[in-house]
Design a binder for this molecule. Structure first.
Ligand SMILES: C[S@@+](CC[C@H](N)C(=O)[O-])C[C@H]1O[C@@H](n2cnc3c(N)ncnc32)[C@H](O)[C@@H]1O
Length: 477
């Protein structure tokens, strides 16, 4: 990483965004600036009061490509589509018919011809694809290289495994400078890259230079989606007063504190000490809580930032941390075993899980999310086929999770948008089936409209929404 200061970083990032047409039209001044953060390093700050939902910045990926996964889907490595995909006869990368002769693919193909040094890549194309994102850095121009060099990188032997795959498994030949640079890029990607959903699939990662400068808080004040040009669209979740730092979240919002802290420590190498992490009940959500064995109360950590014992919020009895971990890892391991089997999930949730953890525990929430997207989508459970009680169950689970988002002070975010849309679909289906008296029907009508408008507002720039929601968004423009 090159030496950084506020002035250099602001000017570098602003000219980068201008080069890629990411300036927001009609605005005389940016709503953000980069400053030293009290958390260490740099962060992004509001230059004026920002209203909920306001567009704060657009960002272009300086690097974009597949994540390092063994089960990558068969998408075109250039445009990410799934139509007419074939293996390139020269480099082995999967490309669609039109991209096979595109400038972008040909540049990558030529680079690989140079690097492969007589070795055959055709049979190893899956290994190659998962290393493609850092490899693409060898094709960046000088200005973009400067941008990458200005970003934070991680140290440690757990980073840079892609270089090992490229040199040892694929036998690609790099100069020592290229190898060192590739290693650096991998450590920058690990510190900063975002998971990007393209074609409804989350197996891509993108390095967004301005997005990379936002620090983490477990109750973020901004949210982002990716548009059809793969730009990151960052908006305010809540009202953000002038000079406040803008925070993203590097974890899944509905994870409990233990899971978030472990994830942040292992992947981003810091301990978050935000108000949510410090609060035993996580703003009253009880996301990581377990049931007390002695009374109907819930156990909470005495000090969530230390390995403290847990105490019941009702009878005050104390349980050793080891025992709580045992319950949490038991219920967590069951979660991984479920596919989209409604009956099994529902039985486990209502008969077993509920005896071990409160119904807002992160595992219960994860199962409720699974159920919300089985009911209405899986064969045998399409919306019009659902018995009334399952339609009401889906609706209730949407409301339960929306309540948790409110307690977490999350404001607008992608999950809220998706849940509001599911609630809208449930209410429309209920309207079709039931005879309400006039008053009920008015409440239903207002509710349904408000949910649809909220979903449209939150997800209007998101290229990964379903066709039916996209149609509603287009009708509303
Ligand atoms: C994506 S970068 C964020 C920008 C970074 N602060 C910089 O100066 O470039 C991620 C790194 O920022 C730091 N960071 C982010 N959020 C933090 C927080 N809440 N507390 C402490 N450090 C944090 C950690 O070092 C983390 O690995």
């Amino acid at each position: 990483m090159v030496s950084r200061n506020e002035e250099k970083l602001n000017s570098l990032i602003k000219s980068y965004l201008k080069k890629y047409d990411c300036c927001i039209s009609g605005r005389s001044q940016d709503l953000w600036c980069i400053k030293q953060s009290p958390l260490g390093g740099f962060g992004i700050f509001a230059t004026q009061d920002i209203e909920p939902g306001e567009l704060i910045f657009l960002d272009h990926p300086v690097l974009l490509g597949p994540r390092y996964l063994n089960d990558l889907p068969d998408n075109c490595t250039t445009c990410y589509c799934k139509v007419n995909i074939k293996k390139c006869n020269n480099c082995g990368l999967l490309v669609c018919e039109s991209c096979s002769i595109s400038e972008n693919h040909l540049k990558e193909c030529n680079l690989l011809q140079k690097l492969k040094n007589g070795h055959d890549l055709l049979e190893k194309n899956r290994q190659l694809t998962k290393c493609l994102t850092p490899l693409r850095s060898l094709l960046l121009d000088k200005e973009d290289l400067k941008v990458v060099a200005s970003l934070k990188s991680h140290k440690g032997s757990q980073h840079g495994y892609e270089v090992h795959t490229l040199t040892e498994d694929l036998k690609l030949q790099f100069s020592s400078e290229e190898k060192e640079f590739l290693y650096f890029v991998c450590t920058v990607l690990d510190a900063n890259a975002y998971e990007v959903s393209i074609e409804s699939c989350d197996s891509n990662r993108g390095l967004y230079p301005l997005g990379s400068l936002s620090n983490h808080r477990c109750f973020p004040n901004v949210f982002h989606v990716f548009d059809e040009k793969h730009r990151m669209v960052v908006r305010a979740s809540v009202f953000i007063p002038k000079n406040t730092e803008l925070f993203n979240s590097y974890t899944i919002l509905l994870w409990g504190t233990i899971t978030r802290i472990t994830h942040l420590k292992n992947t981003k190498h810091f301990i978050c000490k935000c108000d949510r992490c410090k609060d035993p009940s996580e703003f009253g959500t009880y996301l990581s809580s377990v049931k007390c064995k002695k009374c109907p109360g819930n156990l909470l950590p005495i000090n969530p930032l230390q390995n403290s014992n847990w105490q019941c919020d009702t009878c005050t009895s104390v349980e050793p941390l080891k025992e709580v971990y045992r319950t949490l890892s038991l219920v967590g391991s069951v979660l991984r075993g479920f596919n989209n089997e409604f009956e099994l999930i529902h039985r486990f949730l209502t008969k077993k899980l509920i005896t071990l953890v409160p119904d807002s525990n992160q595992v219960a929430v994860e199962l409720k999310k699974k159920i919300i997207w089985i009911l209405g989508y899986e064969q045998g459970y399409l919306l019009h086929e659902l018995p009334l009680e399952l339609l009401l169950l889906k609706r209730q689970f949407c409301k339960d999770i929306l309540d948790i988002l409110i307690k977490l002070k999350r404001g607008k975010c992608k999950l809220r948008g998706l849940l509001c849309y599911e609630l809208y679909l449930c209410t429309e289906e209920l309207k079709l089936r039931q005879n309400f008296d006039q008053c009920d029907s008015k409440i239903f009508e207002d509710d349904s409209k408000a949910n649809l408008l909220e979903a449209i507002d939150i997800l209007k720039y998101d290229s990964s929404v379903s066709d039916s929601l996209r149609q509603k968004i287009n009708e509303n423009q």
